[in-house]
Write a protein that binds this ligand. Sequence first.
Ligand SMILES: NC(=O)c1ccc[n+]([C@@H]2O[C@H](COP(=O)([O-])OP(=O)(O)OC[C@H]3O[C@@H](n4cnc5c(N)ncnc54)[C@H](O)[C@@H]3O)[C@@H](O)[C@H]2O)c1
Ligand SMILES: [Zn+2]
Length: 817
Amino acid sequence: MSQTDKKSAAKDRITALSEQINYHNHLYYQEDRTEISDFEFDQLLEELIALETEFPEFLKEDSPSQRVGGTITKDFETVEHRYKMLSLGNTYSEEELKAFDERVAKGLGHRNYSYFCELKFDGVAISLVYENGKLVRAVTRGDGYKGDNVTANIKTIRNIPLTVIGEDIPDSFEVRGEIFLPRKEFDRINQERAQNEEALLANPRNAASGTVKMQDSSIVAKRRLNCYFYQLLGEDLQVSQHDEAIHLLEKWGFNVSPTYQKCQDVTEVLQYIELWREKRFELPLETDGVVLKINSYDQREELGFTAKIPRWAIAYKYQAESAETELLSITYQVGRTGAITPVAQLKPVSLAGTTVKRASLHNANEILRLDLHEGDFVFVEKGGEIIPKITGVSLDKRRSDTKPISYITECPECGTSLIRNEGEAKHYCPNAQTCPPQALGRIEHFTHKRAMDIDTMGTERIRALIEQHLIVSPADIYELPEKKEQLLGLEVNSDQYTKSSEGYLFVSLKKALYAITKTIPLAQIDNFLAENEGVEQRELLEKFENYVRKAKKNIAYNVPVIWRLKDALQNSSFDHIEDYLPVPVVLAVIFKKPAEDFRTICRKENTVHDIMLKYEGNVDGAQTEQINRIKGNTFQEGVVSNMVKGIEESKKQPFEKVLFALGIRNIGENTAQLLAKHFKSIEKLKAASPEELLEINGIGETLVTSLQAFFQDEENNRTIERLKNHGLRFEIEEKEQKLESRSLEGMKILASGKLNHFKRDEIIEVVQSHGGTYVKSVSKSLDFIIEGEDMGPSKKEKAEKLGVKLISEQEFMDLIS
Ligand SMILES: NC(=O)c1ccc[n+]([C@@H]2O[C@H](COP(=O)([O-])OP(=O)(O)OC[C@H]3O[C@@H](n4cnc5c(N)ncnc54)[C@H](O)[C@@H]3O)[C@@H](O)[C@H]2O)c1
Ligand SMILES: [Zn+2]
């Protein structure tokens, strides 16, 4: 290549890299998500810096190599930093770390310096400004020069000192640290989100960053953020070394992670790095490396800064562990809202101490982005995420004849054509009424403690009833008592099943091996599988054969059975899912027939019980026994009568609970109560005009639309009719309407903060039983607010602004007594 060609190629590459880096910076800092790993990101940046160094004429002032990646948002007040908040240089290798040390030695002209090592906490940088001992401002890093004023949010973090007391506190100083979401808290939030079928938070860092930038401080307060501090800045600080500053921070009550260590030279630094490589996973938060800083402030000054980073510090980043493995197939999960999530089924591979067999793929876009083909070899990585993710495809290993993965078009649970709304990443199954996971969501809501309260129908049981076509609509529940006979013997536990993308039923390897073999107890099979966790299926079956021979477990019968299983697997074209076997293959072994014979009856069925109902061939006694061993637990007499009792009991639930149980969109518990009290019967509610509805405080347009849509659907009206015939209450009983007093008549009231004498729900009832109306948000129309402990500052401010009176809990009690 000629010099000019090389130059123009470099120029193009610089432009392309800058664009890419800006794009990923935007995702990372503005949208709190990532599409590539930090390592990949840092490689792009490194390549850019190398090119810009070789061709300085192409270095632009606004190049991402010259700027801190974050920006300021328009949602918060912008504040200028007194001291710039810089980024850190980073490296992933020991050589580069040593090279850094050489640069330091050269810069200072001697080796008489020490390092201070800290872990690199993976959160969000924050600057706290204190004046006269009081926290006056908390600002994000932003673009390094200016950041967002997020003081109200930061004040909700419990261990951040709002006031610093002690001797010699400087009039003004600044403290910097990292806000983070503790791993435990992150897990808790995600568990809650999973239960509510909300999108999961991807990793603790993004979650912390998103939380700090929330507009509502009361939500921030609910997420227990925490903070570690690692820097003190100011004019007349009586310290000349970083370790002294850290000790001062500790003394003043700032949360400092006790993981720091002073190191005399780079060898000690490397030991520190090794010490924490694994141990850091025991810490309560995510860390992604080590930061080493020159301890002496004078020496720091001598070394100075580049445009973006200090020359006296560097971050050593631990590389996320990555592994390569084969993509076996893709399965699709259907959520309770109908959302489809693809899951990559992988050949087991060991990664960061665990065996990985599955990776999340999020949605169809992710599959396109990765350009996944059938049978690809993929790279999996376990970063801060809970579920491993696929970071790329090994193109060298791709066979020439493979097809790109084609996304499913039908729901694997019910066969309905999937839809995808414009602008949304996920596909949905629109069959809300009868698609099993969606029906499950509706019925779980119906039986919930706060609705019909049928606690004898837990999720597993409901799922079993739906999957075996005994219920789809809530009204079907009340017909179960007449079907006692059918209930006995139904399969309950369906965790043992899964489905392939084509809708074929798969059963766990454990159950399958148990069913096809003789005289090997389930517990022993379980043990065998646990000991061979991570062994790929084909090899696993070899091992199982050896196990049978060695343990002398009916070799004459069992070994040929294992051969038949291997043959049947080899000759069938079903997807491959680790830990599971296709049911047609298992049936083929049991009935000594080709798996093809079972193909059709095993599609779109949820249990072996159902499949056998469709099977027309002969079944002898031994085979029946084998089939029964595949099945999960079954409904027994005690369970059935218990369930029936719970169902009968639920008929006594008051109208407001029934109304809530119907699951009308946007109608929560309180609204149901409000509507029930106001209209007193479902007929009157149904007949109400939009105007009538809107007159009720707390009822808005959205609710009116939801109600109309609900009653327009004939299916819903049929359900109501059926429920009525079963004796459920669709009107208020006289005694429910009795009032305790009229002392709050006509008043609109809200309680905020924690009350000492009433629970959340109780206060609503108390207000209503004295003739008042409980209102959920602060507005001008309120008569007063009962101020509890820790009432949110933003709510209080709003109330004051609107001139709404605040009264204490005691004053309220006086009012009603
Ligand atoms: N994957 C992506 O798409 C993507 C995109 C942009 C950035 N990134 C990653 O994010 C990082 C962005 O770099 P950056 O500019 O935010 O700098 P940085 O995160 O690499 O380093 C500076 C920051 O480290 C933090 N830090 C944590 N512990 C510290 C300690 N003990 N002492 C001092 N500082 C500490 C501070 O918040 C400081 O602002 C890079 O590592 C990059 O890989 C990834
Ligand atoms: Zn469906």
